[in-house]
Design a protein around this ligand. Sequence first.
Ligand code: GLY
Ligand code: MN
Ligand code: MN
Length: 483
Amino acid sequence: MADSFQQHRQDLAAEIGSDGIALIPGGVETIRNYDVSHEFRQDSDFFHLTGFTEPEAAAVIVPGHPDGDYHLFVRPRDREQEIWNGHRHGVDGAREHFQAVAHEVAELEKLLPQLAAGRSVLYHRSGSPAHDRMVEKLSEKARDYTTRTGLPMPLTVADVRPLLSEQRLRKAPSELESLRAACELTAMGHREAIRFARPDLFEYQVQAAMEYVWREGGSSRNGYPSIVASGPNACILHYVENDRRLEDGDLVLIDAACEVDYFSADVTRTFPANGKFTGPQMAIYEVVASAHRKAVHASRPGATLRELHDIATREVTTGLCELGLLPRDAEDSMAMHHYREYFMHGTSHWLGLDVHDAGSYRVEGKPRTLETGMCFTVEPGIYIDPEREEIELSLLEYDYYEWSDRILLEGPAARAELDEAKKEAGTVRHPVPQEFRGIGVRIEDDIYISPDGHENLTAQVPVDPVEIEALWEEASWLPRAGA
Ligand code: GLY
Ligand code: MN
Ligand code: MN
């Protein structure tokens, strides 16, 4: 891994050049209550460049600087603090183990202008209030310095994120190995969750079995809070309470993953709590599975995530129409975006150090073309509100992407304009068949784009309903309480 951090710094240095300097703050601890902090996890951009996992650090990259290209500012050794809160590398440790010119973090404000002198552009990762203030002060100083000396000092502050995002988008072989390990272990946990789940268990008990496999297998942390959603909870996209008791006849939707070397998987499976899909559950499940299969199949260099979403959307829409969940035919339902009543999220996002990883989705306005090394999810779903007996849908045909862009730029006014146009176009009411209400299904896998197509990194968890039912029948690895 150390080699990859160095490579990332070299790549960034090449991008910013000898006229630039980059400041990348690390993460800081946040208080949960009184003197207890939330679990700390290093900021992903900072980790990507440094591999340094302590809080309150900052990295400065100054290509070609006589004192060194890479400066790391860290907390000093402190016996008292280390007794209470754990080991610190300190300045000497940072120098020795992280190949940096190391300083105490308290020196940053003083040294930043010295490192920046003679350079025109500061690439900054904003969002950390203390560092944002430091950058503001540097800009003020730069105006005076430049006026008096005629020498450059950064008058221009640029966002470093797009440069780092481009790097993070394409996974190097060692990074792919870490992601692959996270995916394999995540898959083992999901398999155990399916074996372990039974009616009457609480969602958090199923979660515990899955997460035990991850901890035992060498992952110290989850990539995001686990969603273990039984019955109607499956229709809540970001459900995290995980405190309902599984009932006979429920589906269980689990969206959860572990991290390995800071890389996170992102996997969802949906299965019956009692091991047998009902007819309506199977009907919805097969529509989602088909959308998932077709979108995964289309993943290859040269394709775009938008194409995958369009494939999944068409498949889901066709299925919804066939099952009587939408009033019009598939063409109208696509053009009027009626499918969004039941499939209201995207099909894919980048995956890596963050579950919703860095990387822009369009390049110069056009959907980005997939390249070898890119990793992302494919995750179609259908969620049928348990409480809605009837839906009301607008008959307006509109370009969803165009309107999303307008709403992004113009905010609530554009949204209100679209709502008005939808109203004017008239609406159609449609009853939601009772047998489908409360069913939520999502199927999510992690895809790596290889030179000749793709690899599904999480294919070890079955999607086929027959295989899921067979896995449920297997004995769980872990004992259940009272069993
Ligand atoms: N687990 C979050 C997502 O699927 O995007
Ligand atoms: Mn996802
Ligand atoms: Mn997910």
